[in-house]
Ligand binder design. Structure first.
Ligand SMILES: O=C(O)c1ccccc1NCC(=O)[C@H](O)[C@H](O)COP(=O)(O)O
Length: 259
């Protein structure tokens, strides 16, 4: 995968070496019994026969492709708005350097709402998996392009052991095959090409047809209009993950809970 992801991963390597010094795995073992039970994201996204697709609403302040999206950013205010329009789960960006996210944003949203919360970050080490659980996440994102297949499988297993669901993100057929071989149960197809940030919704449509029954399928990135969402519903996706598109009016008026 191209240069931008490589750049992010270089910065993550430094972040992780600092994180390891705080031993989140030990902290997790020390307070394991005091942590509240995770809210299942897999269950929240399971779409029954004839039901509308689910919304994972992303609490997103800024992005590498668009810069600052929300000048006066209040994660709780955004999350409240998204809960009100019928979101089934939240995605909260915790990456600081590229998305101006923060662990505190996730913890606050997790404390205030009953919906499951996905930690949206670039996970490259098991210390980040433990940290996700400690800050109140119910699920993590694992990006196939950022991990070798063995790591992917190990982190999926670790996450499940400590009570986290996992959304495995893919960009093409090869990555989808890897995700399935490594026992992903929820797969997100990211429509954004990380080499040039171009977005093609065809990526989701192409890969959806290769996903077997029983996998929770999520279309991610670049969904801005009702027509985009209806297209994903028509293609049998279980859920859509939307950040920027929810900042305009059109998708805020969409009736997410109606068939
Ligand atoms: O959003 C970006 O510009 C971006 C750039 C490089 C790597 C990842 C990026 N986004 C992460 C995401 O997966 C999106 O935040 C998420 O799918 C929501 O996308 P959108 O609805 O287009 O805001």
């Amino acid at each position: 995968m191209g240069t931008y992801l490589t750049k992010i991963l270089d910065v993550k390597a430094d972040e992780v070496s600092r994180l390891k010094q705080q031993a989140p795995d030990r902290r997790y073992r020390e307070c394991e019994h005091d942590l509240s039970a995770s809210r299942g994201m897999y269950a929240a996204l399971s779409r029954g026969e004839g039901e509308p697709l689910r919304l994972i609403a992303e609490v997103k302040k800024a992005s590498p492709s668009r810069g600052v999206l929300v000048e006066h950013f209040d994660p709780l205010e955004l999350a409240r708005r998204y809960a009100d329009i019928g979101a089934s789960a939240f995605s909260v960006l915790t990456d600081r350097d590229f998305f101006q996210g923060a662990n505190d944003y996730l913890s606050t949203v997790s404390r205030e709402f009953d919906l499951p919360v996905l930690r949206k970050d670039f996970i490259v080490d098991e210390s980040q998996v433990y940290e996700a659980r400690l800050i109140g996440a119910d699920a993590i994102l694992l990006i196939v392009a950022a991990l070798d297949p063995l790591q992917l499988e190990e982190y999926i297993q670790l996450a499940h052991e400590i009570g986290l669901d996992v959304l495995v993100e893919v960009h093409d057929e090869r990555e989808l095959d890897t995700a399935l071989e490594r026992h992903a149960r929820m797969v997100g197809v990211n429509n954004r090409d990380l080499r040039d940030f171009s977005v093609s919704l065809d990526t989701s449509l192409r890969l959806r047809s290769r996903m077997p029954e029983g996998i929770i399928s999520v279309a991610e990135s670049g969904l801005k209009r009702q027509a985009d969402v209806l297209m994903m519903q028509e293609a049998s996706f279980d859920a859509v993950l939307i950040g920027e598109g929810l900042l305009g009016d059109e998708l805020q008026r969409f009736t997410w809970k109606q068939p």
